[in-house]
Structures are given as structure tokens and as C-alpha cells.
Design a binder for this molecule. Sequence first.
Ligand code: AGP
Length: 383
Amino acid sequence: MPDTSNDFPHEMLREIYEQPAALRRTLAAYLNAEGLNPSIAASLSDWANPAGEVLIAASGSSRHSGLAAEIILEDLCGLAVDVEYSSEYSLREGAERRHPSVIVLSQSGETSDTLASLRAARRRGHRTLAITNAAASTMAQEADVSMPLAAGIERAVPATKSFTCQLAVLYLLALYECARLNKTGAVQMNPTELAAHIAALRALPDSIESQLDPWHSQIAALAAKYKSAASFLYLARGVHYAIAREGALKLKEASYVHAEGYPTGELKHGPNALVSDRVPLVVLATVDPALDASVIRYEKTIQLLREMQSQGARVIALANTADSTVPALVADCIHVAPAPEHLLPIAEVVPLQLFAYFMAIEHSVDVDRPRNLSKAVVEQAIS
Ligand code: AGP
């Protein structure tokens, strides 16, 4: 496993390993020693919508961080959030009776469909917030408010560090919204609870850093074991569903192996017909024991794993470090250090990025530049 920055054979692996540092830089941009930064709170209060409606438009991995944000903003702040494909939202016409505050998410800040969504939202009179990894990008400049990531330049086509930094900024946005709404009485989050959320967020980069090497060796071996699978189904519930979608996208684009992400409970409504020796499952079964809803989701997932064991499915699971129930039910288990429910996605996507990376190596794919893809999907001018 790599010891120095020069040891990385590919940009994608380097960028996976850069995530703890990228997260620390991003958190430092939005938090001060006391916690939330009043000047950022002031700029966000201009963006916020009195009706609590938010619309998120994005593509690809950025849209997946939007799916996680939908759950985070709804669960923590009670907002009503819709997530759109920017390629669809930008082409929508007709009367819009709602006036959501709009978030565009984009690593590059230049993706044509997301830029078109931003411009459509502005034409409709919505307040707009751009979260990009390029502070000088077109989206960052045209939106009413910009929250840049500090992930640093991301060169590999498969997004990794920009994705985890997007999740961190979206979590911070939720905390800023909670603090604002707390003053109006719309949300109850007292200063002690807010401080606990911030402390948990600040602890994540070290936690991920300490897990990278063990994940690296385990997952390189898993990729060798599963390299001949024809397709994978990634399953998860709640906020983790966004990570199932992201894990599947990462595998497709990096290794050319087909994969799809589903909510775990949907398996029996069709996709289970595909499950076989050649079609394994990747099941996210992490849990936050402090949150009842998370425990209920986990128990339902355990039930599904029992059924999959009887069915003879090949399953790779992600589970909490101390969990001994999940490993007994599956072929392979990747452990993830415990974290609060809405922060677990930032950690649990990392082993899925590594799985996509090592599957790409097994399949001899040029992982930094997969065929037919480019880093920013920008329309060519027609001459
Ligand atoms: C991510 O791994 C992909 N390369 C792709 O889905 C990407 O997220 C999408 O094209 C959106 O790009 P953006 O974040 O720069 O807008």
C-alpha cells in the first residue's frame, strides 16, 4: 500500500487517499473554533426559503450526494426536498406554483445540464446556491450564494474526494439551516446537540484515515475474488441508498462492470430474479444504534441477509466494526467505524470507491480516463 504521494499508480487511488485532507480543508472553510461561522450563516439566510422547500439539481455522482442531502435536510431540518436530474429539470416548462430554494451540485461547476438548471431556476425567480469544487466556475459565479469545496483539483474521471467533500458541505448546510430554524422555533436543536454534530463531523477525517490501509488490502483481495461477476446489485436503505447508487455508478464507470443501486426493500420486487453466482449483492448494513429509525432499518436488513443466505446469494456487506451478526450471514464483510447515521455515508462510500478502483485494475481499465467519459460534460458548440 502507498506510503508517499509518489507511490500512487493512478490519480483515482491518490484522490481516494487524499480524502481525509480534503475533508479537513473543507471543514476548516466552514467552521471556526466556536463552530458555525456567522458570516456564512448570514449569506445562507438570504438563500433560504420561508416555506422550507428545496430543490436540488445535479448529474451523476453529484446527484447522488443530492440524494443523501434530501434525507439529511429532511431528517435534521424538516425541510421538504426534491432531487432532480439536471438534464430533466433544465428542460421542464410550465407553471410552477412552488418557489423552492435551489441547490446545484457540481464538481466542475461547468456541467451544461446543471448550468442550464441553475439558469432555469434563476429565470423562475428562485434563490440559488451552487456547491462546486471550483470557486471561480460559472455556476459559482452565477448563483446567488456559493459554497465551494476545498477538495483540491480532481483529475481522475471517477469522482471520489469531490463526492465526500460535497457530502460534508451538505451536512454543514443542514447544520446552518438547523441553527437558523432553531431561532424561529421551527426546529429544535440546542447548542449542545449542534456542538455534538460538529464534533462528529470533525472526527471523520481521522477516522477515515485510520481505515484506509486496512480497507486497501482487504478490498484488493475482494476485487480479485469477485472479478468475474457479470453484474452487482448494491442495496441500502435511508440515507445509505444514495451510497448504493454511488457505489454502483463508480463500479460501472471505473471498471465497465455492470451494477445498479436499489433500496434494499425493492430487491424482492423484481431484481432478486437476477441474483445468482454471477450476480452478487453489495449490501450496506451499517447502523447508528443511537437512532431508532436506523436500528429498525438495520433489523430489516438483517432479515433480508438471512433470506439471501438461505437463497444461496453471494453477498459482500458493509457493517459496523463491532458487528458480529452481519459477518455470520454473508460471504465477505467490510467493516466501517461507527459514526452518526447521517455521517456514515461519508465513510462508507470510501471502501466502495476502492472496490471500483481495484475492479478496474482487475479488468485492465485505464481507471483515470475510462472510455467515452470526460471529467466535465460540457456541450460542444455546433459550428
Ligand atoms: C462521477 O464519477 C462521474 N464522472 C459523473 O457522474 C459526474 O459526477 C457528472 O458528470 C457530473 O459532473 P459534475 O459534478 O462536474 O457536474
